[in-house]
Write a protein that binds this ligand. Structure first.
Ligand SMILES: Nc1ncnc2c1ncn2[C@@H]1O[C@H](COP(=O)(O)OP(=O)(O)OP(=O)(O)O)[C@@H](O)[C@H]1O
Length: 569
Protein backbone atom coordinates (compact mmCIF):
# COMPACT_ATOMS: atom_id res chain seq x y z
CA UNK A 1 0.00 0.00 0.00
CA UNK A 2 1.48 3.27 -1.07
CA UNK A 3 0.61 6.45 0.73
CA UNK A 4 2.23 9.19 -1.15
CA UNK A 5 1.07 12.60 -0.27
CA UNK A 6 1.76 13.13 3.39
CA UNK A 7 5.11 14.79 3.65
CA UNK A 8 4.74 17.31 0.92
CA UNK A 9 1.34 18.56 1.75
CA UNK A 10 2.24 18.96 5.38
CA UNK A 11 5.04 21.18 4.24
CA UNK A 12 2.50 23.16 2.25
CA UNK A 13 0.32 23.99 5.22
CA UNK A 14 1.30 27.58 5.00
CA UNK A 15 0.98 27.81 1.25
CA UNK A 16 -1.93 30.19 1.15
CA UNK A 17 -0.31 32.47 3.58
CA UNK A 18 2.68 32.87 1.31
CA UNK A 19 1.05 34.42 -1.68
CA UNK A 20 -0.78 37.57 -2.44
CA UNK A 21 -4.43 38.25 -1.96
CA UNK A 22 -5.59 40.86 -4.34
CA UNK A 23 -8.62 42.88 -5.27
CA UNK A 24 -10.63 42.30 -8.41
CA UNK A 25 -12.97 44.53 -10.31
CA UNK A 26 -14.73 44.29 -13.61
CA UNK A 27 -12.79 47.24 -14.95
CA UNK A 28 -9.65 48.85 -13.73
CA UNK A 29 -11.57 51.27 -11.61
CA UNK A 30 -12.67 50.99 -8.06
CA UNK A 31 -15.71 48.80 -7.58
CA UNK A 32 -18.44 48.68 -5.08
CA UNK A 33 -20.28 45.70 -3.84
CA UNK A 34 -23.80 46.17 -2.76
CA UNK A 35 -24.67 44.27 0.29
CA UNK A 36 -28.42 44.14 0.60
CA UNK A 37 -28.23 42.73 4.06
CA UNK A 38 -25.79 45.29 5.37
CA UNK A 39 -27.45 48.03 3.35
CA UNK A 40 -24.14 49.59 2.34
CA UNK A 41 -21.42 49.44 -0.25
CA UNK A 42 -18.02 47.93 0.29
CA UNK A 43 -15.15 49.34 -1.65
CA UNK A 44 -12.88 47.08 -3.58
CA UNK A 45 -9.72 47.85 -5.41
CA UNK A 46 -9.59 46.41 -8.84
CA UNK A 47 -7.35 44.06 -10.74
CA UNK A 48 -6.77 44.44 -14.44
CA UNK A 49 -8.53 41.45 -15.90
CA UNK A 50 -8.18 39.54 -19.11
CA UNK A 51 -10.67 41.74 -20.83
CA UNK A 52 -8.52 44.65 -19.87
CA UNK A 53 -5.55 43.47 -21.87
CA UNK A 54 -3.39 40.43 -22.04
CA UNK A 55 -0.25 42.17 -21.03
CA UNK A 56 -1.64 43.38 -17.77
CA UNK A 57 0.27 41.81 -14.95
CA UNK A 58 -0.77 41.38 -11.39
CA UNK A 59 1.46 43.25 -9.04
CA UNK A 60 0.77 44.10 -5.49
CA UNK A 61 0.86 47.79 -6.22
CA UNK A 62 -1.55 47.51 -9.16
CA UNK A 63 -4.03 45.61 -7.09
CA UNK A 64 -3.91 47.78 -4.01
CA UNK A 65 -3.02 45.19 -1.43
CA UNK A 66 -3.92 45.87 2.10
CA UNK A 67 -1.56 45.42 4.95
CA UNK A 68 -1.40 47.10 8.29
CA UNK A 69 0.37 50.11 6.81
CA UNK A 70 -1.89 50.82 3.87
CA UNK A 71 -5.14 49.82 5.44
CA UNK A 72 -5.93 53.44 6.13
CA UNK A 73 -5.43 54.30 2.47
CA UNK A 74 -7.91 51.69 1.39
CA UNK A 75 -10.42 52.79 3.93
CA UNK A 76 -10.20 56.31 2.60
CA UNK A 77 -11.56 55.24 -0.77
CA UNK A 78 -14.76 53.87 0.66
CA UNK A 79 -17.98 55.28 -0.73
CA UNK A 80 -21.26 56.42 0.69
CA UNK A 81 -24.03 53.95 1.21
CA UNK A 82 -26.62 53.83 -1.50
CA UNK A 83 -29.04 51.24 -2.86
CA UNK A 84 -28.49 50.32 -6.48
CA UNK A 85 -30.74 48.68 -9.02
CA UNK A 86 -29.99 45.16 -10.18
CA UNK A 87 -27.94 46.14 -13.22
CA UNK A 88 -25.54 47.99 -10.96
CA UNK A 89 -25.10 44.89 -8.89
CA UNK A 90 -23.49 43.22 -11.86
CA UNK A 91 -20.52 45.43 -11.28
CA UNK A 92 -19.84 43.44 -8.18
CA UNK A 93 -16.16 42.91 -7.55
CA UNK A 94 -14.35 40.31 -5.55
CA UNK A 95 -12.10 41.58 -2.88
CA UNK A 96 -8.75 39.96 -2.42
CA UNK A 97 -6.44 41.28 0.13
CA UNK A 98 -2.75 40.69 0.38
CA UNK A 99 -2.12 38.09 3.00
CA UNK A 100 1.62 38.39 3.22
CA UNK A 101 3.53 41.07 1.53
CA UNK A 102 7.21 41.75 1.22
CA UNK A 103 7.69 45.23 2.53
CA UNK A 104 11.06 46.70 3.33
CA UNK A 105 12.32 43.15 3.53
CA UNK A 106 9.73 42.36 6.20
CA UNK A 107 6.64 40.15 5.81
CA UNK A 108 3.46 41.43 7.31
CA UNK A 109 0.96 39.10 8.91
CA UNK A 110 -2.04 37.91 6.86
CA UNK A 111 -5.01 40.24 6.71
CA UNK A 112 -7.81 38.82 4.64
CA UNK A 113 -11.02 40.77 4.35
CA UNK A 114 -13.73 38.25 3.62
CA UNK A 115 -16.77 40.47 4.08
CA UNK A 116 -17.57 40.33 0.39
CA UNK A 117 -17.83 36.59 0.48
CA UNK A 118 -20.51 36.64 3.12
CA UNK A 119 -23.44 37.49 0.89
CA UNK A 120 -26.72 36.03 1.97
CA UNK A 121 -28.54 35.72 -1.33
CA UNK A 122 -27.84 34.91 -4.97
CA UNK A 123 -29.34 38.31 -5.78
CA UNK A 124 -26.25 39.99 -4.36
CA UNK A 125 -23.89 38.13 -6.66
CA UNK A 126 -24.83 40.04 -9.80
CA UNK A 127 -26.40 37.12 -11.69
CA UNK A 128 -28.86 37.72 -14.51
CA UNK A 129 -32.46 38.43 -13.41
CA UNK A 130 -33.86 35.43 -15.32
CA UNK A 131 -31.38 33.12 -13.66
CA UNK A 132 -32.24 34.53 -10.24
CA UNK A 133 -35.89 33.79 -11.01
CA UNK A 134 -35.05 30.20 -11.92
CA UNK A 135 -32.96 29.78 -8.76
CA UNK A 136 -35.88 30.97 -6.69
CA UNK A 137 -38.19 28.51 -8.43
CA UNK A 138 -35.78 25.67 -7.70
CA UNK A 139 -35.52 26.87 -4.11
CA UNK A 140 -31.85 27.76 -4.23
CA UNK A 141 -31.76 30.88 -2.10
CA UNK A 142 -28.52 31.16 -0.15
CA UNK A 143 -25.17 30.69 -1.89
CA UNK A 144 -22.58 28.48 -0.24
CA UNK A 145 -19.20 30.01 0.68
CA UNK A 146 -17.49 28.73 -2.42
CA UNK A 147 -20.32 30.06 -4.59
CA UNK A 148 -20.07 33.51 -3.00
CA UNK A 149 -16.37 33.63 -3.80
CA UNK A 150 -16.32 31.90 -7.20
CA UNK A 151 -19.35 33.46 -8.91
CA UNK A 152 -18.11 37.08 -8.94
CA UNK A 153 -14.57 35.95 -9.76
CA UNK A 154 -15.71 33.99 -12.80
CA UNK A 155 -18.10 36.79 -13.79
CA UNK A 156 -15.05 39.05 -13.90
CA UNK A 157 -13.67 36.81 -16.67
CA UNK A 158 -10.80 35.36 -14.68
CA UNK A 159 -9.41 31.93 -15.28
CA UNK A 160 -9.81 30.05 -12.01
CA UNK A 161 -9.13 26.90 -10.06
CA UNK A 162 -12.01 26.28 -7.65
CA UNK A 163 -11.12 24.22 -4.61
CA UNK A 164 -13.53 23.44 -1.82
CA UNK A 165 -14.57 20.38 0.14
CA UNK A 166 -16.80 17.69 -1.32
CA UNK A 167 -20.49 18.50 -1.40
CA UNK A 168 -19.96 22.25 -0.94
CA UNK A 169 -21.72 23.24 -4.17
CA UNK A 170 -18.85 23.65 -6.64
CA UNK A 171 -21.07 22.72 -9.61
CA UNK A 172 -23.36 25.73 -9.19
CA UNK A 173 -20.30 27.83 -8.39
CA UNK A 174 -19.26 27.58 -12.04
CA UNK A 175 -22.63 26.93 -13.73
CA UNK A 176 -24.30 30.09 -12.46
CA UNK A 177 -21.80 32.65 -13.81
CA UNK A 178 -21.77 30.75 -17.13
CA UNK A 179 -25.57 30.66 -17.44
CA UNK A 180 -25.63 34.33 -16.56
CA UNK A 181 -23.56 35.02 -19.68
CA UNK A 182 -24.73 32.44 -22.23
CA UNK A 183 -28.02 30.90 -23.25
CA UNK A 184 -31.67 31.75 -22.69
CA UNK A 185 -31.23 33.04 -19.12
CA UNK A 186 -28.28 35.31 -19.82
CA UNK A 187 -27.96 38.99 -19.18
CA UNK A 188 -29.35 41.24 -21.89
CA UNK A 189 -26.91 41.57 -24.81
CA UNK A 190 -26.42 44.60 -27.05
CA UNK A 191 -29.02 44.65 -29.84
CA UNK A 192 -26.50 44.18 -32.63
CA UNK A 193 -25.45 40.87 -31.07
CA UNK A 194 -28.90 39.57 -30.24
CA UNK A 195 -29.43 37.85 -33.62
CA UNK A 196 -26.04 36.15 -33.62
CA UNK A 197 -26.11 32.34 -33.50
CA UNK A 198 -23.04 31.77 -31.39
CA UNK A 199 -22.80 27.96 -31.50
CA UNK A 200 -21.17 26.11 -28.62
CA UNK A 201 -20.41 28.62 -25.87
CA UNK A 202 -19.40 26.34 -23.02
CA UNK A 203 -17.74 22.93 -22.89
CA UNK A 204 -17.82 21.10 -19.57
CA UNK A 205 -15.57 18.07 -19.23
CA UNK A 206 -16.00 15.44 -16.49
CA UNK A 207 -14.04 12.21 -15.98
CA UNK A 208 -17.02 9.84 -15.74
CA UNK A 209 -20.35 9.34 -17.50
CA UNK A 210 -22.23 9.50 -14.21
CA UNK A 211 -20.69 12.82 -13.27
CA UNK A 212 -21.26 14.12 -16.82
CA UNK A 213 -24.94 13.15 -16.68
CA UNK A 214 -25.30 14.62 -13.21
CA UNK A 215 -23.96 17.96 -14.46
CA UNK A 216 -26.35 17.82 -17.44
CA UNK A 217 -29.27 17.31 -15.07
CA UNK A 218 -28.11 20.26 -12.94
CA UNK A 219 -27.92 22.50 -16.05
CA UNK A 220 -31.34 21.27 -17.24
CA UNK A 221 -32.79 21.99 -13.81
CA UNK A 222 -31.46 25.55 -13.93
CA UNK A 223 -32.60 26.12 -17.51
CA UNK A 224 -36.10 24.87 -16.75
CA UNK A 225 -38.33 22.67 -18.92
CA UNK A 226 -38.58 25.11 -21.85
CA UNK A 227 -34.86 25.32 -22.55
CA UNK A 228 -33.58 21.82 -21.74
CA UNK A 229 -32.23 21.41 -25.25
CA UNK A 230 -29.73 24.16 -24.77
CA UNK A 231 -27.51 21.57 -23.08
CA UNK A 232 -26.35 18.36 -24.74
CA UNK A 233 -24.63 15.38 -23.12
CA UNK A 234 -21.66 13.87 -24.93
CA UNK A 235 -20.75 11.01 -22.60
CA UNK A 236 -19.14 7.75 -23.58
CA UNK A 237 -21.20 4.57 -23.55
CA UNK A 238 -24.19 6.31 -25.14
CA UNK A 239 -25.08 6.20 -28.83
CA UNK A 240 -22.66 8.51 -30.63
CA UNK A 241 -24.76 8.95 -33.76
CA UNK A 242 -27.70 10.13 -31.70
CA UNK A 243 -25.49 12.61 -29.92
CA UNK A 244 -24.22 13.95 -33.25
CA UNK A 245 -27.77 14.23 -34.61
CA UNK A 246 -28.87 16.09 -31.47
CA UNK A 247 -25.97 18.51 -31.90
CA UNK A 248 -27.07 19.21 -35.46
CA UNK A 249 -30.76 19.46 -34.71
CA UNK A 250 -30.85 21.25 -31.34
CA UNK A 251 -27.80 23.47 -31.78
CA UNK A 252 -27.02 23.49 -28.05
CA UNK A 253 -24.92 26.21 -26.50
CA UNK A 254 -23.50 24.02 -23.74
CA UNK A 255 -22.06 20.53 -24.07
CA UNK A 256 -21.13 18.33 -21.13
CA UNK A 257 -19.20 15.14 -21.62
CA UNK A 258 -16.34 12.80 -21.00
CA UNK A 259 -12.96 13.57 -22.58
CA UNK A 260 -13.02 10.58 -24.96
CA UNK A 261 -16.43 11.27 -26.46
CA UNK A 262 -15.92 15.03 -26.77
CA UNK A 263 -12.55 14.50 -28.48
CA UNK A 264 -14.01 11.81 -30.74
CA UNK A 265 -16.91 13.93 -31.99
CA UNK A 266 -14.67 16.95 -32.32
CA UNK A 267 -12.14 14.97 -34.38
CA UNK A 268 -14.98 13.80 -36.64
CA UNK A 269 -15.76 17.46 -37.36
CA UNK A 270 -19.20 17.31 -35.74
CA UNK A 271 -18.48 19.58 -32.81
CA UNK A 272 -17.42 23.15 -33.48
CA UNK A 273 -15.98 24.75 -30.39
CA UNK A 274 -13.58 27.36 -31.74
CA UNK A 275 -15.85 30.18 -30.63
CA UNK A 276 -16.42 28.65 -27.23
CA UNK A 277 -16.16 31.09 -24.30
CA UNK A 278 -15.95 28.74 -21.33
CA UNK A 279 -14.01 25.53 -20.82
CA UNK A 280 -14.75 23.80 -17.52
CA UNK A 281 -12.60 20.90 -16.35
CA UNK A 282 -14.48 19.29 -13.46
CA UNK A 283 -12.45 16.97 -11.21
CA UNK A 284 -9.39 18.47 -12.88
CA UNK A 285 -6.87 16.40 -10.92
CA UNK A 286 -8.46 13.26 -12.31
CA UNK A 287 -8.64 14.67 -15.84
CA UNK A 288 -4.86 15.07 -15.70
CA UNK A 289 -4.47 11.30 -15.43
CA UNK A 290 -2.48 9.56 -18.13
CA UNK A 291 -5.47 7.77 -19.67
CA UNK A 292 -7.10 11.09 -20.58
CA UNK A 293 -3.93 12.62 -21.99
CA UNK A 294 -4.62 12.41 -25.73
CA UNK A 295 -8.25 13.47 -25.46
CA UNK A 296 -7.47 16.35 -23.15
CA UNK A 297 -4.82 17.56 -25.58
CA UNK A 298 -7.36 17.71 -28.35
CA UNK A 299 -9.91 19.51 -26.18
CA UNK A 300 -7.39 22.05 -24.96
CA UNK A 301 -6.14 22.69 -28.47
CA UNK A 302 -9.55 23.17 -30.04
CA UNK A 303 -11.97 24.61 -27.51
CA UNK A 304 -12.05 28.37 -27.89
CA UNK A 305 -8.96 28.41 -30.07
CA UNK A 306 -8.60 31.53 -32.10
CA UNK A 307 -9.93 30.72 -35.52
CA UNK A 308 -7.57 30.48 -38.46
CA UNK A 309 -4.34 30.28 -36.49
CA UNK A 310 -2.34 27.08 -36.36
CA UNK A 311 -1.36 26.05 -32.85
CA UNK A 312 2.36 26.30 -33.59
CA UNK A 313 2.16 30.04 -34.23
CA UNK A 314 0.20 30.89 -31.16
CA UNK A 315 2.87 30.75 -28.48
CA UNK A 316 2.32 29.30 -25.02
CA UNK A 317 -0.87 27.30 -24.43
CA UNK A 318 -2.41 30.07 -22.31
CA UNK A 319 -2.35 32.41 -25.30
CA UNK A 320 -3.72 30.00 -27.83
CA UNK A 321 -7.32 30.50 -26.88
CA UNK A 322 -9.86 33.17 -26.03
CA UNK A 323 -11.81 30.89 -23.75
CA UNK A 324 -12.07 31.32 -20.02
CA UNK A 325 -10.83 28.18 -18.30
CA UNK A 326 -12.35 26.95 -15.03
CA UNK A 327 -10.80 24.02 -13.19
CA UNK A 328 -12.58 22.40 -10.29
CA UNK A 329 -11.82 19.83 -7.61
CA UNK A 330 -11.97 19.18 -3.90
CA UNK A 331 -8.31 18.18 -4.10
CA UNK A 332 -5.73 20.36 -5.81
CA UNK A 333 -2.30 18.79 -6.18
CA UNK A 334 0.61 20.71 -7.69
CA UNK A 335 -0.09 19.11 -11.06
CA UNK A 336 -3.28 21.20 -11.16
CA UNK A 337 -1.40 24.38 -10.25
CA UNK A 338 1.08 23.61 -13.01
CA UNK A 339 -1.75 23.02 -15.51
CA UNK A 340 -3.48 26.24 -14.44
CA UNK A 341 -0.27 28.23 -14.90
CA UNK A 342 0.19 26.72 -18.32
CA UNK A 343 -3.35 26.95 -19.66
CA UNK A 344 -4.73 29.97 -17.82
CA UNK A 345 -4.17 33.69 -18.09
CA UNK A 346 -3.31 35.15 -14.69
CA UNK A 347 -5.26 32.29 -13.10
CA UNK A 348 -6.69 32.61 -9.61
CA UNK A 349 -7.21 30.00 -6.93
CA UNK A 350 -10.65 30.32 -5.37
CA UNK A 351 -10.60 28.39 -2.17
CA UNK A 352 -13.28 28.56 0.49
CA UNK A 353 -13.77 32.24 1.13
CA UNK A 354 -10.51 33.44 -0.36
CA UNK A 355 -9.03 34.14 -3.76
CA UNK A 356 -5.32 34.13 -4.52
CA UNK A 357 -3.11 34.53 -7.55
CA UNK A 358 -1.85 31.17 -8.80
CA UNK A 359 1.16 32.75 -10.48
CA UNK A 360 2.51 33.59 -7.05
CA UNK A 361 2.46 29.94 -6.00
CA UNK A 362 5.89 28.47 -6.48
CA UNK A 363 6.09 24.84 -7.47
CA UNK A 364 8.63 22.46 -5.97
CA UNK A 365 11.71 22.26 -8.19
CA UNK A 366 10.87 18.75 -9.42
CA UNK A 367 7.50 20.08 -10.62
CA UNK A 368 9.09 23.02 -12.38
CA UNK A 369 11.24 20.68 -14.38
CA UNK A 370 8.21 19.30 -16.19
CA UNK A 371 7.38 21.16 -19.35
CA UNK A 372 4.08 22.90 -18.83
CA UNK A 373 2.80 21.80 -22.17
CA UNK A 374 0.00 19.47 -21.35
CA UNK A 375 -1.53 17.01 -19.00
CA UNK A 376 1.06 14.37 -19.61
CA UNK A 377 2.36 13.86 -16.11
CA UNK A 378 0.39 13.31 -13.01
CA UNK A 379 2.85 14.04 -10.27
CA UNK A 380 1.81 12.29 -7.15
CA UNK A 381 2.86 13.01 -3.68
CA UNK A 382 2.30 16.73 -3.68
CA UNK A 383 -0.71 18.77 -2.81
CA UNK A 384 -1.23 22.45 -2.23
CA UNK A 385 -3.51 21.88 0.69
CA UNK A 386 -4.11 19.70 3.66
CA UNK A 387 -6.22 16.96 2.11
CA UNK A 388 -8.39 17.09 5.22
CA UNK A 389 -9.67 20.44 3.96
CA UNK A 390 -11.43 18.58 1.19
CA UNK A 391 -13.50 16.68 3.77
CA UNK A 392 -16.91 18.01 4.84
CA UNK A 393 -16.57 19.25 8.43
CA UNK A 394 -19.62 17.35 9.72
CA UNK A 395 -18.32 13.91 8.67
CA UNK A 396 -17.25 11.41 11.36
CA UNK A 397 -14.61 8.80 10.63
CA UNK A 398 -14.00 5.37 12.22
CA UNK A 399 -12.24 2.15 11.47
CA UNK A 400 -13.27 -1.33 12.44
CA UNK A 401 -10.98 -4.36 12.48
CA UNK A 402 -12.40 -7.51 10.91
CA UNK A 403 -10.98 -10.67 9.39
CA UNK A 404 -11.45 -10.77 5.66
CA UNK A 405 -14.15 -13.47 5.90
CA UNK A 406 -16.12 -11.34 8.38
CA UNK A 407 -15.96 -8.07 6.48
CA UNK A 408 -19.37 -8.27 4.82
CA UNK A 409 -21.05 -9.27 8.06
CA UNK A 410 -19.34 -6.38 9.85
CA UNK A 411 -20.59 -4.09 7.09
CA UNK A 412 -24.15 -5.33 7.53
CA UNK A 413 -24.03 -4.90 11.31
CA UNK A 414 -22.52 -1.45 10.85
CA UNK A 415 -25.40 -0.37 8.60
CA UNK A 416 -27.92 -1.51 11.23
CA UNK A 417 -25.94 -0.03 14.12
CA UNK A 418 -25.86 3.41 12.50
CA UNK A 419 -29.36 2.99 11.09
CA UNK A 420 -27.94 4.19 7.78
CA UNK A 421 -30.44 4.56 4.91
CA UNK A 422 -28.21 5.41 1.95
CA UNK A 423 -24.96 3.49 2.11
CA UNK A 424 -22.13 3.55 -0.42
CA UNK A 425 -19.58 0.75 -0.10
CA UNK A 426 -16.23 1.08 -1.87
CA UNK A 427 -14.11 -1.83 -3.03
CA UNK A 428 -11.01 -1.92 -5.20
CA UNK A 429 -11.81 -4.85 -7.50
CA UNK A 430 -14.86 -4.96 -9.72
CA UNK A 431 -15.10 -8.75 -9.65
CA UNK A 432 -15.73 -8.81 -5.90
CA UNK A 433 -18.69 -6.41 -5.94
CA UNK A 434 -21.20 -9.03 -7.06
CA UNK A 435 -20.21 -11.38 -4.25
CA UNK A 436 -20.78 -8.69 -1.61
CA UNK A 437 -24.17 -7.80 -3.11
CA UNK A 438 -25.11 -11.49 -3.09
CA UNK A 439 -24.14 -11.91 0.58
CA UNK A 440 -26.01 -8.78 1.68
CA UNK A 441 -29.14 -9.72 -0.25
CA UNK A 442 -28.98 -13.23 1.21
CA UNK A 443 -29.21 -11.59 4.65
CA UNK A 444 -32.18 -9.47 3.59
CA UNK A 445 -30.43 -6.19 2.86
CA UNK A 446 -31.29 -4.57 -0.50
CA UNK A 447 -28.04 -4.03 -2.36
CA UNK A 448 -26.81 -3.41 -5.92
CA UNK A 449 -23.49 -3.14 -7.71
CA UNK A 450 -22.33 -0.18 -9.78
CA UNK A 451 -19.21 -0.24 -11.93
CA UNK A 452 -17.88 0.66 -15.34
CA UNK A 453 -18.40 -2.76 -16.91
CA UNK A 454 -22.17 -2.32 -16.71
CA UNK A 455 -23.98 -0.75 -19.64
CA UNK A 456 -25.16 2.84 -19.48
CA UNK A 457 -28.79 1.83 -18.92
CA UNK A 458 -27.93 -0.61 -16.11
CA UNK A 459 -25.80 2.05 -14.45
CA UNK A 460 -28.46 4.74 -14.57
CA UNK A 461 -31.21 2.32 -13.45
CA UNK A 462 -29.14 1.21 -10.45
CA UNK A 463 -28.30 4.78 -9.54
CA UNK A 464 -31.95 5.79 -9.78
CA UNK A 465 -33.02 2.89 -7.55
CA UNK A 466 -30.41 3.91 -5.01
CA UNK A 467 -31.45 7.56 -5.07
CA UNK A 468 -35.11 6.54 -4.75
CA UNK A 469 -34.32 4.44 -1.69
CA UNK A 470 -35.21 1.12 -3.35
CA UNK A 471 -31.63 -0.05 -2.84
CA UNK A 472 -30.11 0.57 0.58
CA UNK A 473 -26.50 -0.36 -0.13
CA UNK A 474 -24.67 0.59 -3.31
CA UNK A 475 -21.55 -1.54 -3.72
CA UNK A 476 -19.16 0.17 -6.08
CA UNK A 477 -15.59 0.96 -7.02
CA UNK A 478 -13.61 4.15 -7.63
CA UNK A 479 -16.06 5.05 -10.43
CA UNK A 480 -18.46 6.51 -7.87
CA UNK A 481 -15.86 8.25 -5.74
CA UNK A 482 -15.83 11.44 -7.78
CA UNK A 483 -18.67 13.88 -7.85
CA UNK A 484 -21.53 11.42 -7.27
CA UNK A 485 -24.19 13.46 -5.50
CA UNK A 486 -26.75 11.52 -3.51
CA UNK A 487 -27.83 14.16 -1.02
CA UNK A 488 -29.09 11.71 1.60
CA UNK A 489 -26.03 9.45 1.65
CA UNK A 490 -25.32 9.03 5.36
CA UNK A 491 -22.72 6.27 5.41
CA UNK A 492 -19.65 5.48 3.35
CA UNK A 493 -17.88 2.19 4.01
CA UNK A 494 -14.40 1.33 2.76
CA UNK A 495 -14.50 -2.45 2.46
CA UNK A 496 -11.09 -2.19 0.82
CA UNK A 497 -8.62 0.51 1.77
CA UNK A 498 -8.32 3.44 -0.62
CA UNK A 499 -4.95 3.83 -2.33
CA UNK A 500 -4.14 7.18 -0.71
CA UNK A 501 -5.63 10.07 1.23
CA UNK A 502 -6.91 11.82 -1.91
CA UNK A 503 -8.92 8.72 -2.80
CA UNK A 504 -10.08 8.48 0.80
CA UNK A 505 -11.27 12.10 0.70
CA UNK A 506 -13.30 11.70 -2.50
CA UNK A 507 -14.85 8.41 -1.34
CA UNK A 508 -15.69 9.85 2.08
CA UNK A 509 -17.18 12.96 0.49
CA UNK A 510 -20.13 11.00 -0.92
CA UNK A 511 -21.59 11.33 2.59
CA UNK A 512 -22.21 14.46 4.65
CA UNK A 513 -23.07 16.60 1.64
CA UNK A 514 -23.96 20.25 2.00
CA UNK A 515 -23.50 20.27 5.76
CA UNK A 516 -25.45 17.08 6.46
CA UNK A 517 -24.27 14.56 9.06
CA UNK A 518 -22.54 11.42 7.88
CA UNK A 519 -20.20 8.61 8.86
CA UNK A 520 -17.26 6.96 7.14
CA UNK A 521 -16.26 3.51 8.39
CA UNK A 522 -13.16 1.77 7.09
CA UNK A 523 -13.33 -1.99 7.67
CA UNK A 524 -9.82 -3.38 7.59
CA UNK A 525 -7.73 -6.28 8.75
CA UNK A 526 -5.46 -6.05 11.75
CA UNK A 527 -2.34 -5.80 9.62
CA UNK A 528 -3.83 -2.87 7.71
CA UNK A 529 -4.44 -0.65 10.75
CA UNK A 530 -1.12 1.14 10.24
CA UNK A 531 -2.43 2.37 6.88
CA UNK A 532 -5.50 3.86 8.55
CA UNK A 533 -3.22 5.56 11.07
CA UNK A 534 -1.22 7.02 8.22
CA UNK A 535 -4.39 8.24 6.51
CA UNK A 536 -5.43 9.82 9.79
CA UNK A 537 -2.15 11.73 10.00
CA UNK A 538 -2.32 12.87 6.40
CA UNK A 539 -5.95 13.90 6.54
CA UNK A 540 -5.63 15.60 9.90
CA UNK A 541 -8.94 14.15 11.12
CA UNK A 542 -9.43 11.65 13.94
CA UNK A 543 -10.22 8.10 12.78
CA UNK A 544 -10.79 6.20 16.02
CA UNK A 545 -11.27 2.43 16.23
CA UNK A 546 -14.78 1.17 16.74
CA UNK A 547 -16.59 -2.12 17.12
CA UNK A 548 -20.17 -3.19 16.62
CA UNK A 549 -21.47 -4.54 19.90
CA UNK A 550 -25.08 -5.45 20.65
CA UNK A 551 -26.31 -3.57 17.62
CA UNK A 552 -24.41 -0.40 18.50
CA UNK A 553 -21.28 1.21 17.11
CA UNK A 554 -18.97 1.62 20.08
CA UNK A 555 -15.98 3.90 19.72
CA UNK A 556 -13.10 2.17 21.39
CA UNK A 557 -10.64 3.62 23.79
CA UNK A 558 -8.66 0.44 24.16
CA UNK A 559 -7.73 -0.44 20.61
CA UNK A 560 -5.55 -3.38 21.63
CA UNK A 561 -8.50 -5.03 23.38
CA UNK A 562 -10.61 -4.63 20.24
CA UNK A 563 -8.00 -6.22 18.03
CA UNK A 564 -7.70 -9.19 20.42
CA UNK A 565 -11.47 -9.58 20.52
CA UNK A 566 -11.59 -9.72 16.72
CA UNK A 567 -8.69 -12.19 16.67
CA UNK A 568 -10.62 -14.74 18.74
CA UNK A 569 -13.78 -14.45 16.64
N1 LIG B 1 -26.74 27.20 -2.71
C1 LIG B 1 -27.27 25.99 -2.62
N2 LIG B 1 -28.42 25.79 -1.93
C2 LIG B 1 -28.96 24.55 -1.82
N3 LIG B 1 -28.42 23.44 -2.37
C3 LIG B 1 -27.28 23.58 -3.07
C4 LIG B 1 -26.66 24.85 -3.24
N4 LIG B 1 -25.56 24.67 -3.99
C5 LIG B 1 -25.49 23.37 -4.28
N5 LIG B 1 -26.51 22.71 -3.74
C6 LIG B 1 -26.75 21.25 -3.80
O1 LIG B 1 -25.72 20.65 -3.01
C7 LIG B 1 -25.37 19.37 -3.55
C8 LIG B 1 -23.87 19.25 -3.66
O2 LIG B 1 -23.38 20.13 -4.66
P1 LIG B 1 -22.22 19.72 -5.67
O3 LIG B 1 -22.46 18.36 -6.22
O4 LIG B 1 -22.06 20.84 -6.62
O5 LIG B 1 -20.98 19.65 -4.67
P2 LIG B 1 -19.44 19.56 -5.04
O6 LIG B 1 -18.75 20.55 -4.18
O7 LIG B 1 -19.25 19.68 -6.50
O8 LIG B 1 -19.08 18.10 -4.54
P3 LIG B 1 -17.95 17.07 -5.09
O9 LIG B 1 -16.63 17.64 -4.75
O10 LIG B 1 -18.25 15.82 -4.36
O11 LIG B 1 -18.16 16.96 -6.58
C9 LIG B 1 -26.12 19.26 -4.86
O12 LIG B 1 -27.23 18.43 -4.67
C10 LIG B 1 -26.55 20.67 -5.18
O13 LIG B 1 -27.75 20.72 -5.93
Amino acid sequence: MELLIGQTHRSMLGFLSKHSYICLGRHSTQRKLFSARMGRFHTTVSLPNRAGGENSTLTLSTVGFRNKDNMGKLDKISHPTEKKPLNKLRQTGVKLISSRVEKAGKRTSPEVDTTLFNVKSFFELGLSPLLIERLEKEEFTVPTDIQSAAIPTISQKHDVVIQSYTGSGKTLAYLLPILSKVGPLRDAVPEEQSDMKPGIEAVIVAPSRELGMQIVREVERLLGPSYKRYVQQLVGGANRLRQEEALKKNKPGIVVGTPGRIAEISAAGKLHTHGCRFLVLDEIDQLLAFNFREDMHRILEHVGRRAGKPVATLGPPSQQADRQIIMVSATVPFSVIRAAKSWGKDPLLVKGKSVASIDSISLPSSENSHPASGPSQQPRGSVTQVVGESLPPALKHYYCVAKVQHKVDTLRRCVYALDARFVIVFMNHTKQLKDVVFKLEARGMKAAELHGDLGKLARSTTLKKFKDGEVRVLVTNELSARGLDVAECDLVVNLDLPTDSIHYAHRAGRAGRLGRKGNVVTICEDQEVFVVKKLQRQLGVPIPACEITEGKLVVGKDEEKMKKKEAVR
